[in-house]
Ligand binder design. Structure first.
Ligand SMILES: Nc1ncnc2c1ncn2[C@@H]1O[C@H](COP(=O)(O)OP(=O)(O)OP(=O)(O)O)[C@@H](O)[C@H]1O
Ligand SMILES: [Mg+2]
Length: 312
């Protein structure tokens, strides 16, 4: 069974310079219990997908397509219905931890919040559950830490707190948007450990949004590569790392410091005036004439999907 189905999602923003296509026909089937990594360079539309699923896009966004969570179309739900799903069924960890925490509430209180709001649990019981969760997440001195405030913690510790808060109500799906961005290696390892605990003990499905291939490799079952608002490849993790199918995936991996450090020629395309045909064609070493005028569709090959004329 699949818990999240995204069908032909298109999100554009009206801007003073024209219409910006942030997400341009994305389809994804997120299977129950799996961790799917969504990887792509900055500005390619990853967070906009997360925000579309949560129903928290700004007013200048125009959205088309369908997003099903357990057979219910989220885009047809009222704000009240969505509020129930958010936090309880689907948890999210945002990109910026310091903005997401409330400075006047203790760490324990912030973690307990969804239990008090959604499950109408008594405050004392919810706080006890928050401490238990911190213990499970291997926080040292969980009880003491639960009485502290966000400003007493480092950014990395607050990120760990946010992950705890996002899973306290035991959501079926967790969307983690850049959960390790800006963290040092030691804290990154703790976040990986924390997400592994969430996967293993709660069976939570995770949509992991990241730039970091190491993180994707450690945690995910499948990897989806995004470029300029489109998905160019979806592959099981092992297959992806043994051979990437799309020329962009190949180039992206080779550009990493520990995998060759070969820069991808050219620049990321403008989202306001993207290239005709395949959006990657101006930078592609295998470009043919047809790539300049026809946008390839995503084709299934075995357990993989790829959007490139080479495979059609
Ligand atoms: N409210 C908005 N108005 C106009 N454009 C927007 C708005 N929000 C996002 N965008 C644009 O949509 C595109 C996709 O943004 P998004 O935040 O999803 O990128 P991302 O892949 O998450 O990047 P990063 O890795 O840097 O977080 C970008 O070009 C961004 O500038
Ligand atoms: Mg983002």
């Amino acid at each position: 069974m699949s818990c999240l189905h995204i069908k032909n999602l298109k999100v554009s923003f009206s801007t003073p310079l024209g219409l910006l296509k942030a997400v341009d026909g994305v389809s994804l089937d997120h299977v129950d219990g799996e961790t799917l990594a969504l990887v792509g360079e900055t500005g390619c539309g990853k967070s906009v997908i997360a925000r579309s699923v949560m129903g928290i896009l700004p007013d200048n966004a125009v959205l088309e397509g369908e997003i099903y969570y357990e057979e219910q179309n989220l885009l047809k739900m009222s704000e009240g219905e969505l509020a129930v799903i958010r936090g309880k069924e689907i948890g999210i960890v945002f990109q910026n931890p310091s903005l997401a925490l409330n400075p006047v509430h203790s760490i324990g209180r912030q973690i307990a919040e969804p239990l008090i709001v959604h499950d109408r649990m008594k405050k004392k019981e919810a706080l006890l559950r928050a401490v238990k969760l911190l213990e499970k997440m291997r926080f040292e001195e969980a009880e003491k830490h639960s009485r502290m405030f966000p400003f007493q913690f480092s950014g990395g510790m607050n990120q760990r707190v946010l992950i705890a808060a996002s899973v306290v109500a035991d959501p079926k799906l967790l969307i983690a948007d850049e959960p390790t961005k800006g963290l040092d290696a030691a804290l990154k390892a703790r976040i990986v450990e924390e997400l592994e605990i969430v996967k293993r003990f709660n069976g939570t499905s995770i949509l992991l949004i990241t730039h970091d291939f190491d993180l994707a490799e450690k945690l995910s079952d499948r990897i989806a590569i995004m470029y300029a608002g489109e998905i160019l490849e979806i592959s099981p993790l092992k297959d992806f790392f043994s051979q990437q199918m799309h020329p962009y995936s190949q180039a992206l991996l080779k550009s990493l410091p520990d995998r060759g450090f070969v820069p991808i020629p050219g620049a990321s395309p403008s989202m306001l005036n993207p290239p005709e045909g395949c959006k990657f064609h101006p930078r592609c070493p295998f470009m043919r004439e047809i790539c300049t005028r026809r946008r390839p569709s995503l084709v299934k090959i075995g357990g993989r999907e790829v959007r490139c004329v080479i495979y059609t």
